[in-house]
Design a protein around this ligand. Structure first.
Ligand SMILES: Cc1ncc(COP(=O)(O)O)c(C=O)c1O
Length: 364
């Protein structure tokens, strides 16, 4: 008797690089080489080393300002260090309700700062001065946590981008009302290349006070850097970092990654490539029956709607995250490591699965 044909045979092999997230990628080869090179010999711990000094210098050059930088183990830790250094327990930080600091950090910024996190609903993950307005009435009233910091994410968790002008506008509104601005820049490099702005223009000149400068999603193995754009705000940072467990003993291995990424603009080349791959994926899938891409990608993610009944089959073939399962909203993310062949294979597989009638039979 003939065995029924296994429909999965019709599928291309899944792509080598995952579209689940940019932190599913490995390490940029140049960063790996730099890590290996810095492994020779000994260096004093906790940041008293030549790579940390060089990284500080490169960051001051990149911002064209006397910024102060603090390397941390990861992004949650860096947000904790930045926020807890500028917040007191009776204060509050306002952010979009999609912000990583409120959704994806297990309450760490609230726990370490003691401050209240106020999540505000937005259409696109971006705060405007209008979002701040209702909370200003709380200022000076002893019964309410005191709004003292506005936290924005660039590029946002929704794959959107603030323009330089929009960041300036929110910073002005915050400062006018006695608040500071924190920027979660886990994907700042993607935003810089997408807008053509540099750090001085996008961050220093707009008035951002402190930021997390993301490395991991852009080719580092681990580590992120808190940058106090206003250096006078860093008075508590060393103590907060140590208490939060974010002071890296062999800190040279974070610093050397900063050096490898910033020197020669590797971080921007990596981010540009990641953004281009997201655009290619959106172009490949344009017009595919069953796939709706409402917004052209602005950075390195594609938010698409696919038939809810097909989501699991697609994920089984090549995993990615759903954003709103009931609405079929999914996120496909690219990185410095995504190749054209990955984009083509991923698009081929999606087309093939969506073109299949029923669910895919499981193999015995
Ligand atoms: C916007 C944003 N901020 C911060 C982080 C850092 O998270 P982690 O603690 O996993 O390094 C992430 C990682 O997904 C992120 O997307």
């Amino acid at each position: 008797m003939m065995r029924p044909m296994d429909p999965r045979r019709l599928l291309p092999p899944p792509p080598d690089q995952s579209f689940a997230s940019d932190n599913a990628a490995g390490v940029s080869p140049e960063v790996m080489d730099a890590l290996a090179a810095s492994n020779a010999g000994s260096a004093l711990a906790y940041g008293d080393d030549q790579w940390t000094r060089r990284a500080e210098e490169l960051l001051r050059e990149a911002f064209d300002a006397p910024v102060r930088s603090y390397h941390c183990w990861g992004g949650t830790g860096a947000n904790v260090v930045g926020l807890a250094s500028i917040l007191r327990p009776w204060q509050a930080v306002i952010c979009a309700d999609t912000a990583h600091i409120v959704v994806d950090e297990c309450g760490a910024p609230a726990r370490f700062s003691g401050a209240t996190v106020i999540p505000v609903g937005t259409d696109d993950g971006k705060l405007t001065p209008e979002h701040l307005a209702p909370w200003l009435a709380w200022q000076g009233v002893e019964h309410h946590p005191q709004p003292a910091v506005v936290s924005i994410t660039q590029s946002t968790e929704m794959g959107t981008l603030y323009s330089v002008e929009e960041i300036g506008t929110i910073c002005d509104a915050a400062h006018r009302n006695g608040m500071l601005v924190h920027l979660d820049g886990a994907r700042i490099a993607n935003a810089l290349v997408a807008t053509g702005a540099d750090l001085a223009t996008m961050v220093r000149d707009t008035g951002v006070d402190v930021m997390t400068l993301g490395l991991t999603k852009d080719g580092a193995m681990f580590g992120e850097t808190v940058v106090f754009v206003r250096p006078e705000l860093d008075a508590d940072a060393r103590f907060v970092r140590k208490q939060a467990g974010q002071l890296v003993s062999k800190s040279r291995f974070v610093a050397v990654q900063v050096v490898a990424l910033l020197a020669d603009d590797l971080w921007l080349r990596n981010a540009r490539h990641a953004n281009e791959m997201a655009s290619s994926l959106a172009e490949e899938l344009a017009g595919t029956p069953g796939v709706t891409i409402d917004r052209a990608p602005e950075v390195n993610s594609v938010f698409a709607r696919v038939p809810v009944a097909k989501t699991e089959q697609l994920q089984d073939w090549s995993f990615f995250w759903t954003w709103d399962r009931s609405a079929g909203l999914v996120r496909w993310m690219t990185s410095f490591a995504t190749g054209r062949s990955d984009v083509e294979r991923f698009a081929d597989g999606i087309r093939a699965i969506l073109a299949m009638g029923g669910p895919i039979a499981s193999l015995p």
